[in-house]
Design a protein around this ligand. Structure first.
Ligand SMILES: Cc1cc2nc3c(=O)[nH]c(=O)nc-3n(C[C@H](O)[C@H](O)[C@H](O)COP(=O)(O)OP(=O)(O)OC[C@H]3O[C@@H](n4cnc5c(N)ncnc54)[C@H](O)[C@@H]3O)c2cc1C
Length: 409
């Protein structure tokens, strides 16, 4: 390649992974299962060694984990697997025809034989007046955690926007840390895209009983600075004066590189059952990948921890030439005060949901059925039963609701 009249060499790697998150790191494991020696480069925009995100809204707040414990692997792990790390660097261009990427600030491009886009997602930003004020912190990264932590003194006020997982988990985490939390969201209950109405309302009541002020059915419309605080106004005329704000309104999959390179997109980067994109040398996995779910549900994109692990590993194997179709059925989990769950399959509250409670809205199993088939299972404060739930879904057998009583305990 000639740049400015000078010949620029390309640094070549057999495998290049863009995105040093969970899917990217899991891909290393997949690659090394089949290719012990091929040169691997892992490029990540964040300056930290790859880490786990779930503790950012849970265990780091309850004291069950310290920051030093959230890293996926120590630096030596990468050294032992002969993986070169390029951290604190953003990939800014992908030339799919030339099989190279450009790294911000580096004149030399990086060449690949196989590339993985494990770029995850970025938090959606509120498009509102004042949404860029300091103290309004969309929540995704370790640096976001540190920024919120620095503000989250006991007795301080926090406004959490959103009733999905991040909003609900952050409200619980901050409340447990002594912060006075207000939650605002346009819906009528918590986690409405997954929890059936009764459970969502019961959880909401539990939040209120914990002292969280809930403002359902309203939207924030503007933020203004007042002294050292922020005033948020809602469309119902409420104002909330607070020290800081955590918007948890979802993420957008990071597809810019794929889009600019002309790869097929849908919801996220479209991949086949090997996690290959429309370019057979380029793969995608994790929060940014729209794939065909082997269980029920068809093509979709998941934003869950186990999905990133399984897809990342699978993509890594495929990058070495493996032809296996993706067959895993990833689970997901959450912790909301005393209510914790693990779930697998398709969980749409509009489906028929059969509840087998041993303690109502606290401990038991929810079965999500469509056409008489169990498509999804949520294990509420019931642990180590994910494999049984997967078997029930895979069996694909028509069941009568009464057969499900005690099916998983
Ligand atoms: C606070 C929080 C709590 C969560 N809790 C749970 C939970 O309880 N249960 C659950 O199942 N899931 C949970 N999740 C979701 C889970 O963590 C994600 O599904 C998982 O992290 C996705 O992994 P990923 O590798 O696809 O993406 P990410 O983890 O987002 O990693 C992608 C990485 O790529 C980097 N990157 C992006 N673009 C570029 C570029 N151009 N160049 C270089 N680097 C780039 C990003 O900076 C990022 O570090 C949680 C997520 C968050 C944020």
């Amino acid at each position: 390649m000639i740049i400015g009249g000078k010949s620029m060499s390309v640094r070549k790697f057999k495998y290049v992974i863009v995105g040093a998150g969970l899917a990217g790191v899991s891909a290393i494991e997949g690659i090394r299962e089949r290719d012990p020696a091929g040169a691997v480069l892992l490029i990540g925009e964040e300056p930290h060694l790859p880490y786990d995100r779930p503790p950012l809204s849970k265990k780091l707040w309850t004291g069950k984990k310290q920051e030093a414990e959230i890293y996926l692997h120590p630096r030596e792990w990468y050294e032992q697997l002969a993986v070169e790390l390029l951290l604190g660097k953003r990939v800014v261009d992908l030339d799919a025809a030339g099989r190279t990427v450009a790294v911000e600030g580096d004149r030399r491009r990086v060449g690949y034989e196989k590339l993985l886009l494990a770029t995850g997602g970025t938090p959606r930003i509120l498009n509102l007046p004042g949404a860029d004020l300091p103290g309004i912190i969309p929540y995704r990264t370790l640096d976001d955690y540190r920024a919120v932590r620095a503000l989250a003194e006991p007795g301080a006020g926090a406004l959490v926007i959103g009733n999905g997982f991040i909003g609900a988990e952050m409200a619980a985490a901050l409340s447990l840390s002594g912060v006075n939390v207000t939650m605002v969201y346009p819906g009528e209950r918590l986690i409405p895209r997954v929890l059936p109405e009764g459970l969502g309302r019961a959880l909401q009541a539990a939040y209120a009983a914990r002292g969280i002020e809930l403002l359902p059915g309203q939207r924030t419309v503007a933020f203004t600075r007042e002294g050292d605080g922020i005033v948020a106004a809602t469309d119902r005329g409420r104002t909330v004066k607070t020290k800081f704000v955590v918007p948890g309104i979802g993420i957008s999959p990071s597809t810019e590189l794929a889009a600019a390179a002309g790869l097929a997109l849908g919801d996220g980067i479209r991949v086949d059952e090997r996690m290959a994109t429309s370019d057979p040398s380029i793969f995608a996995a994790g929060d940014n990948a729209g794939f065909v779910h082997p269980g029920p549900g068809g093509r979709r994109r998941l934003e869950h921890w186990d999905n990133a692990v399984q897809q990342g590993r699978h993509a890594g194997r495929s990058m070495t030439g493996a032809l296996e179709p993706f067959a895993a059925m990833p689970y997901f989990f959450s912790d909301l005060f005393d209510f914790g769950f693990e779930a697998v399959g398709e969980l749409d509250p509009l489906m028929q949901v059969e509840a087998d409670w041993t303690r109502e809205n606290d401990t038991g199993v929810l079965y999500y059925l469509r056409d008489g088939l169990v498509r999804g299972v949520m294990l509420c404060n019931v642990w180590d039963k994910i494999e049984e739930a997967r078997e029930l879904i895979r069996a694909g057998r028509r069941v009568r609701p009464e057969e499900l009583r005690g099916a998983i305990r």
